[in-house]
Design a protein around this ligand. Structure first.
Ligand SMILES: Cc1cc2nc3c(=O)[nH]c(=O)nc-3n(C[C@H](O)[C@H](O)[C@H](O)COP(=O)(O)O)c2cc1C
Length: 303
């Protein structure tokens, strides 16, 4: 693998929070920077758990890039101020969230179809000249040329990097990433581009970097949640997977205050994506567990 290219962990809301990122960095690694799931404003305030998630004290020793999701300039301003206060010098702008209720209001990928909203966004970004901005976008909301609507931002404010998930918002996660657009984006976008979408093995990364040597790097999401050792295969063994699981479990026991039910639900949701090839019956027992001891028994059948 080309050592000079950035290998980034994609933000996956509900999975790659500070607990996951910290355990991942300590046990598996292979990631240059972890992109945090988006922060957002609700009822005029940044959600408390979003703020907690990005605090450096909760992300010891790892490079985290916070991400903000907003369509109102005031909300964007609030969050950029908050990440600056938290001590960050880089932040990612979410122009990719495809969730229809979110996108229809003009957030995430929905903003790609709204050039005026993008212009307003650039005005807010210009208030933070010391922040290193990256944009995370889809090819478009409902047309594969809408990424071009961000080009004016790139000439108005310094953007260090553009991370592109090569799908449309309206596709959600269906179909395949449309890599036929990579050349066009690389030729047109005047800042470094990171490829994202369906990258699921070290071989796939090598192939992409060979085929597109001018990219700045790759960003890996779901496949890394499925196999946390993906980027460091020599660490793929039962002891490390067990240690990773146990660190997540212990940390969630410590942090989640909603009792056993909440911890169980959190761990069960992780297993919806983690180690899909693990013993089928044990995975089913994990899904069906109704208490933490039963859950731990089922996990014991896997490691
Ligand atoms: C459940 C889920 C949550 C996601 N949350 C975020 C998010 O908070 N911010 C973001 O920019 N992208 C988010 N994404 C998109 C991923 O970062 C990534 O762009 C997408 O999954 C494609 O990459 P992959 O095929 O490597 O997973 C999410 C994706 C999924 C499946």
């Amino acid at each position: 693998m080309n050592a000079k290219k950035m290998i980034l962990a994609a933000p996956i809301q509900g999975w790659t929070d500070h607990v996951w990122r910290t355990a991942h960095a300590q046990i598996f690694g292979g990631v240059d920077a972890y992109h945090a799931p988006f922060m957002r404003v609700e009822h005029g305030n940044i959600r408390a758990r979003d703020l907690r998630d990005i605090q450096p004290v909760n992300n010891p020793g790892i490079r985290v890039v916070p991400q903000v999701l907003a369509c109102r300039p005031a909300d964007m301003e609030l969050m950029l101020a908050a990440v600056t206060t938290a001590g960050y010098s880089e932040v990612d702008i979410n122009l990719g969230c495809p969730h229809p209720p979110v996108a229809r209001k003009g957030f995430g990928a929905g903003m790609l179809a709204r050039p005026e909203a993008l212009r307003q966004l650039a005005r807010v970004m210009a208030h933070y000249p010391t922040l290193r901005f990256s944009l995370k976008l889809r090819l478009g909301w409902d047309a594969a040329d809408q990424w071009r609507n961000v080009l004016p931002i790139l000439s108005e404010v310094p953007v260090a990097q553009v991370n592109i998930h090569y799908r449309l918002g309206t596709q959600q996660y269906k179909g395949e990433a449309m890599l036929q657009y990579v050349d066009e984006t690389l030729q047109t976008i005047p800042v470094p581009v990171v490829l994202n979408g369906d990258i699921d093995s070290p071989e796939c990364i090598t192939q992409l970097l060979d085929r597109y040597p001018q990219v700045a790097g790759v960003m890996v999401g779901r496949a890394l949640v499925a196999d946390p050792a993906l980027l460091n295969p020599e660490r793929a063994n039962a002891d490390n997977y067990r240690a990773f699981h146990d660190q997540l479990y212990e940390q969630y026991c410590h942090e989640l205050t909603g009792g056993d039910h909440q911890i169980l639900a959190k761990m069960q949701s992780l297993w919806e994506r983690m180690l899909p090839g693990a013993d089928h019956r044990a995975r089913k027992a994990i899904r069906k567990a109704t208490t933490l001891p039963r859950y731990l028994d089922a996990v014991g059948q896997i490691f």
